[in-house]
Every structure is written in structure tokens, then in C-alpha cells.
Design a protein around this ligand. Structure first.
Ligand SMILES: [Fe+2]
Ligand SMILES: [Fe+2]
Length: 305
């Protein structure tokens, strides 16, 4: 009889995450272990399973976001913050196909064609997503190309740098953890998130193409499911690295959210207007009065690819 799968990954000096195929998951602290034997101090070596892989991956995101959970729950959308989010979405998606293809080539060179094929598929599926963000910006009357060429939101920059770094490693398996983190968070968005953004837009304007695609309503759900299955099929060393990178990416993303959440709306508008050297269309039009009531806004990193 085969034993049920149990997987574990050490995420910090003290904390490991442990999951069973059946769905149980828990955090384990080495310092809380009685006696000297910590059963999870040695890396796992066995085969994976989807039931445990998904819990390790989601647990890593949960731990990465632990410090800002309460603040995230209080956020309210504004149009200015949404424009920044679209700029962030553009930057997190524009180099995705190139980066994933680079990582795929490397795995093909390393004699791992199954990883290469998975990454090539991902690269194909992500192609053109930057253009969705540009279309949304244009729909809002924003000079999209000029804005993205001159502005990368501070909270987004470290994420883009991390992805570039991971894809250009000699062994770029971490890019799967990064992508999972971003796609899993996107897939949590539902129709009411789209409706709240739509309510900020002028009548007749469709500026939620990117959001719809990168939500529980679009292709992101399939991407997440496929990644879980793929990660579960990898050897233990790769699964460990993917889960650790999911955690690292969640920390960077949480830090970016934190940065954006602290920024008042007036500051965002001023920054955008300085970059463009002209007021944003909605500041002259009927939307400004709708925005004045709202002070808190979603983080730029709320839209990612
Ligand atoms: Fe995706
Ligand atoms: Fe995407």
C-alpha cells in the first residue's frame, strides 16, 4: 500500500510549512520543537501530490502576506489608484513572454524538456497581456504609451526586477514560484471586484480588460490549476525551490502593497500629472467629484500578470 504524501518546506530560519495530500496544512516552528530532533529539519525527498502542493504554495503566500492582511481588507478603489495599477500591470506583463522563453531555453539546454515545454506554454498564454493594460489606459483617456514609458510604480519595480533575476538564473526554476504567487492572487478577484472598478469608470468606458483576464473570471484560474499540477510533478528539490520563491515573491508583493496603501490619492494624482505634464482626463471631467470621497485606494500591485 502506498503511503499518503506529506510534503514540507523550510521557509525561514524557524518556520516550515507542512502539508498532507489529504489537505491538512500547518506551520511548524523549529524553536517550538521539544528535544533536539526536529523531524522537518532535513529537506523532503519524496514525490509530490497536487493536494499537498497547493497547500504549500498557498501557505507560502499566506505567510508572505501575514504582515499586511488587516490593511488590505480596508482598501477602497479610486480611479487614480486604478490607473497606477494598470501601469503596474503593464510592467509586470510586458517582459513575461521573453523572460519565460529564456527560462524555457535554459531548461531545454539542461536536458529538462518537460520544464521547457511548460514554460513555453506559459509564455504563449501570457503573450499580449501588456496590450490589455494599454487598451484599458487608453479607454480612460490616458496617454498610455507615454505614461508607461516614463513611470513604473515604486511598489512594482522590485517585483519586475525579481522576475528578471529569476528567469536569467542558471537554474531558473524559481520563476514558477514567482508566477504562481502573482497569478494566484489575481485569481482571487471576482465579479464584484470588476464591478467596483467599473463603477469608477465613466459610462460606456470598458477599462477592465486586464482585470477580467487576470481574475477568477478569466484564464488565470486555469493557469493556477495547471501550475499546481506541474509543480506537484516536479522532483522534491525543485518543489522546495518553487515554494520558497513563492514565499519570497509574496514578501516583495506585500511590501509593494504596503507602499501603495500608504500613498494618499492626491499624491498619486500629482505624481501622474507631473509625469504627463497635463491633468488626467478624469480630473477635469465628471469623475473627480466621485473620487473626492475616497481616500484609500487599491495598491498598484493589485493588478499583476
Ligand atoms: Fe496568467
Ligand atoms: Fe497575464
Amino acid at each position: 500500500m502506498t503511503r499518503p504524501v506529506m510534503e514540507w518546506v523550510k521557509l525561514t530560519d524557524d518556520v516550515s510549512i507542512i502539508a498532507r495530500e489529504s489537505g491538512e496544512v500547518w506551520f511548524h516552528t523549529a524553536s517550538g520543537t521539544k528535544g533536539d530532533a526536529d523531524p522537518f529539519s532535513a529537506p523532503m525527498t519524496g514525490a509530490g501530490a497536487t493536494g499537498s502542493a497547493v497547500r504549500l504554495l498557498d501557505g507560502a503566500i499566506h505567510l508572505g502576506f501575514a504582515s499586511i492582511q488587516k490593511r488590505l481588507a480596508r482598501r477602497e478603489p479610486t480611479l487614480a489608484a486604478y490607473i497606477v495599477a494598470l501601469v503596474g500591470a503593464y510592467h509586470t506583463s510586458v517582459h513575461t513572454p521573453r523572460n519565460l522563453c529564456r527560462a524555457a531555453d535554459r531548461f531545454n539546454e539542461l536536458g529538462r524538456p518537460e520544464v521547457g515545454a511548460y514554460l513555453e506554454d506559459r509564455a504563449r498564454e501570457e503573450t499580449g497581456h501588456d496590450r490589455l493594460a494599454l487598451k484599458d489606459l487608453r479607454a480612460l483617456g490616458v496617454p498610455a504609451e507615454r505614461l508607461v514609458a516614463n513611470f513604473i510604480p515604486e511598489g512594482i519595480k522590485p517585483l519586475c526586477e525579481r522576475f528578471d533575476y529569476l528567469c536569467f538564473q542558471d537554474y531558473p526554476i524559481g520563476c514558477i514560484g514567482y508566477s504562481y504567487c502573482l497569478e494566484r492572487i489575481s485569481a482571487l478577484k471576482q465579479q464584484d471586484d470588476v464591478d467596483r472598478v467599473q463603477a469608477l469608470c465613466p459610462d460606456g468606458v470598458d477599462a477592465t480588460r486586464f482585470l477580467r483576464t487576470h481574475s477568477g473570471l478569466g484564464s488565470e484560474v486555469t493557469h493556477v490549476e495547471e501550475t499546481i499540477e506541474f509543480v506537484a510533478s516536479l522532483p522534491a528539490n525543485d518543489r522546495i525551490r518553487v515554494v520558497r520563491e513563492t514565499y519570497e515573491s509574496a514578501l516583495i508583493m506585500a511590501e509593494g502593497y504596503n507602499h501603495e496603501l500608504l500613498k494618499p490619492d492626491a499624491e498619486i494624482l500629482e505624481e501622474l500629472q507631473q509625469i504627463l505634464q497635463e491633468p488626467l482626463p478624469f480630473c477635469r471631467g465628471p469623475y473627480s467629484s466621485r473620487n473626492e470621497k475616497r481616500r484609500v485606494h487599491p495598491p498598484a500591485s493589485a493588478l499583476t500578470s
